[in-house]
Design a protein around this ligand. Structure first.
Ligand SMILES: CC(C)(COP(=O)(O)OP(=O)(O)OC[C@H]1O[C@@H](n2cnc3c(N)ncnc32)[C@H](O)[C@@H]1OP(=O)(O)O)[C@@H](O)C(=O)NCCC(=O)NCCS
Length: 141
């Protein structure tokens, strides 16, 4: 039987803005058994100088996000989620690639995201390993 391959997604990665937060919260609810307090994204955006958050857009709608704290030359991933409707289609990898590329000097993620409770969260571990220092340069996305 032929495998059904979903069409390629055109994904735009942008810095998180206030207007993205309601969609991020919806993805958050679909992605984690324990969700962050409702003002967390707003506090990260407006009150945390080391925080950097990116969102992935498909046709203008938020389909995923990644959060980080950039401390010296390290990127501590605080959270990452992709809408279940578009998972396993490279959105998470693109978010991580852009986060790593968007810095003025090479940085490496400290490891799987701090919300990643289980080492068996394969997508999360795969993405983190892909971008560990010295393994492979982030692709241009
Ligand atoms: C983790 C998460 C963000 C990954 O996003 P995604 O867009 O589905 O990931 P991608 O399609 O970019 O795939 C990334 C890697 O994981 C692999 N992968 C994706 N889904 C997988 C699955 N169900 N089983 C095994 N591997 C998988 C891909 O093959 C890819 O590996 P590669 O880079 O070696 O090719 C997404 O699964 C998610 O939101 N999960 C729920 C929230 C969560 O657990 N967040 C992480 C902890 S904070």
């Amino acid at each position: 039987m032929n495998e059904v391959v979903p069409p390629a997604l055109t994904v735009e990665i942008v810095e998180m803005a206030e207007e993205h937060i309601p969609c991020m919260q919806a993805i958050e609810r679909e992605s984690f058994p324990v969700i962050w307090p409702c003002d967390s994204f707003e506090r990260e955006l407006n009150h945390n100088r080391v925080a950097r958050y990116l969102v992935a857009l498909v046709e203008g709608s938020v389909v995923g996000y990644i959060g980080s704290w950039i401390i010296l030359d390290e990127v501590h991933i605080t959270t990452m989620a992709v809408s279940p409707s578009v998972r396993n289609r490279g959105v998470g990898r693109r978010l991580m690639a852009r986060l790593m590329r968007g810095s003025h000097r090479p940085r490496s993620p400290l490891g799987p995201c701090s919300r990643c409770a289980r080492a068996t969260n394969l997508p999360c571990v795969c993405i983190s390993l892909r971008f560990q220092a010295g393994r492979r340069a982030p692709p241009v996305l």
